[in-house]
Write a protein that binds this ligand. Sequence first.
Ligand code: NCD
Ligand code: ZN
Length: 355
Amino acid sequence: MPIPAAVRQPRDSLVITRPDDWHLHLRDGAALAAVLPHTARQFARAVVMPNLKPPVTTTALALAYRDRILGALPDELRGRFEPLMTLYLTDNTPPDEIKRAREAGIRALKLYPAGATTNSDAGVTDIRRVHATLDAMQREGLLLLVHGEVTTPEVDVFDREAVFIEEVFEPLRADFPALRIVFEHITTREAVEYVATSGPLVGATITAHHLLHNRNALFQGGLRPHMYCLPVLKGESHRQALVSAATSGSSKFFLGTDSAPHAAHLKEHAAACAGCYTALSAIELYAQAFDNAGALDKLEGFASHHGADFYGLARNTGQVTLKRQPWQLPEALAFGDAELKPLGAGETLAWRLQG
Ligand code: NCD
Ligand code: ZN
């Protein structure tokens, strides 16, 4: 029996609603100016992480940061990109900051367990200290975005996410059943299962690099600092669980790049910084991951619908086109006075965003 044409020929073009990035690090100053156009060219909106130095802890700081982001947009992208601002939750965030934040259009607060990742020193030392503030968030309808890793030195780095679920996430949900929570950049089978079975108020972002790589990539032919991010890449069975979740069509899982630029000399360093720079080619990397899984038809929901629905925002109306058109990622980009190396620098990607 002849094979139908649709099966025989791999699809070579894809039109989807313009996507959003629900977890992004944009930095500030010259670094912001260097990376922002990459995101704004692809995405209509991005949830901007508040882990600047010093962190964005108040509504006033977030609005000033928003102005700097809008001011850094090149002319051709002006009016085409909306930064969605977040506050950095600390032990001292006062409950009355929450109403101010909501009135200013701030959508969410980010919970970094103190010491869990880059610029997290000001993070929460004990979740019980922020109960009054979480209560205010639940009341005002602000989302809690969670970096879900415990920092206890005895816990193995690869187990930190799974332990966080038991020690922090479960009690948190019991105490705040009406709080809307995003489990950010999930990396394990345990997190996939937890989110999938947690009811409509818990969602998760998944990065492109956790869909494409397992922890072997950290050691491929030598130690690879550009593959180092937090939460760290996990084993292959975890990667497969993430791919299944992202391509399942479930509205609980959505795109969040966690693109986190660091100067190349600080990545290629004895104590390499954590963070992968993926914003340059983010949607193309996701297209690759979905294509590898034979699930390109599920990309639009994951990249362009589920996140907006979870945040209670309108879906975008414009569209973007991706074509199967191999191209080579540059070796390095300008980053203020330094260089920035995109994840997979010099490698060939199969999909290319048009326009
Ligand atoms: C992020 C950064 O560099 O700001 N790094 C990372 O590895 N993802 C912080 C974070 O999101 O954990
Ligand atoms: Zn992040």
